[in-house]
Design a binder for this molecule. Structure first.
Ligand code: PLP
Length: 371
């Protein structure tokens, strides 16, 4: 049986902690902002892969959560989460079968679609169960990953509308390629120009199609910008609740460079070797700290001027410089991770902390749901 800890510095490392006060602050901040702008929130559970956190987001006022993969949606639905939007594509018979199953128990389930062949297979499978499903038309606004091009969007919408058991509820337009543009003004310009391509279509569909009212968009990098676009009805933001070094590095408002959201997610790592000059070796490497985007930030105040670097699969390096007192063997160091989503997917649980106290644990129960 696992020992119960009370102080975060006594946890076995490497491990992930979530500072509950900051999580709550981030949740409140995003919810209040969205409400003040007349937008709904359907945060992306792909970030945290944690049903308990998804439920917390709903408790704070979200209308549901997004899932990237069918298996994530399935697990969330089985845990009683409603208002799930599947933002990612699906194509196999097995995935379509699961989608119909999820819809049978979860009437508020919505899926994004972008191809006539999938739509046809989906409609056939739904017909066998005599049920209908809400769908969003996924439109590619420049990421070029999924979605129909804006010029093909109307004909794809007409295709969806030709099936009685598919209810076209709106559009999804996720501009993932813009989220980390460092300059707020450049991000703003790029985001507005993306949405210009789809607003007329959404307006037309909304006017001509009953119940076609959803315009789902935005991530942590553009939600504040996109709040100025009246047609967008909901934000599918993900990272804001945990935050990471990549997001802390971008400019977040027009007024100042301060990030609105604080890093609730931290990785704890221990100095396991201190025999070199200028650096020490810690126990978090590629297998626990995903290498992507910005460099992890050391936030333990005593070591704040030092830098982390990867040092193989199991190890990292804390570079302190020749004339600076290095952290001693056994010292625990706290880091903001480089990119939250893929780092979280390396762990089974979050330890929840208030101050230095460990107060609870949440399972990363959607971990491995990559299908
Ligand atoms: C389709 C989709 N929507 C929303 C998000 C959330 O974005 P962010 O984590 O930047 O808030 C992502 C993240 O990759 C995504 O892929």
């Amino acid at each position: 049986m696992e020992r119960l800890f009370t102080n975060k510095l006594d946890l076995e490392t490497p491990c992930l902690i979530l500072d509950v006060d900051i999580v709550e602050q981030n949740l409140r901040r995003m919810q209040t902002f969205a409400e003040a702008k007349g937008k709904k929130l359907r945060p992306h559970a792909k970030t945290h892969k944690c049903t308990a956190l998804a439920k917390k987001q709903i408790e704070y006022g979200a209308i549901g959560v997004c899932a990237a993969k069918v298996s994530e949606a399935e697990k969330l639905a089985n845990a009683g989460v409603s208002g799930i939007l599947l933002t990612g594509p699906f194509v196999t018979a097995g995935q379509i079968h699961k989608i119909v199953e999820i819809r049978s128990t979860c009437p508020s389930f919505v899926v994004a679609v972008d191809h006539p062949a999938v739509v046809q297979k989906l409609s056939d499978a739904l017909r066998q169960q005599n049920i209908a499903l809400d769908v969003l038309l996924d439109i590619d606004v420049g990421l070029e990953r999924t979605g129909v091009t804006p010029s093909n969007a109307l004909s794809m919408a007409e295709e969806i509308l030709s099936y009685k058991n598919l209810r076209l509820r709106g559009i999804q337009a996720y501009a993932g390629h813009l989220q980390h543009i460092a300059s707020y003004q450049e991000r703003k310009k790029a985001s507005y120009s993306c949405f210009e391509k789809v607003i007329p279509l959404f307006t037309k569909l909304k006017k001509e199609t009953e119940g076609c009212t959803i315009f789902s968009a935005s991530g942590t990098g553009t939600f504040a910008i996109d709040s100025g676009i009246p047609e967008i009805t909901e934000f599918q933001v993900g990272s804001y609740v945990c935050m990471d070094a990549e997001y802390l590095a971008i400019e977040s408002t027009e007024r100042d460079g301060e990030s609105q959201f604080k890093p609730a997610l931290r990785l704890l790592t221990t100095v396991v070797s201190a025999n070199q000059k200028g650096f020490v070796t810690v126990d978090a490497g590629l297998k626990s700290l995903y290498r992507d985007g910005a460099v992890p930030q050391i936030i333990t105040p005593a070591f704040a001027g030092m830098t982390y670097d990867w040092f193989g699969d199991e190890y990292g390096k804390i570079i302190c410089g020749e004339n600076i007192q290095a952290p001693s063997l056994g010292t625990v160091i706290e880091l903001v991770v480089s990119h939250c989503d893929p780092t979280i997917n390396l762990f089974d649980r979050f330890y929840l902390t208030r101050g230095d106290e460990v107060v609870d644990q949440w399972n990363v129960d959607l971990r491995g749901c990559s299908q």
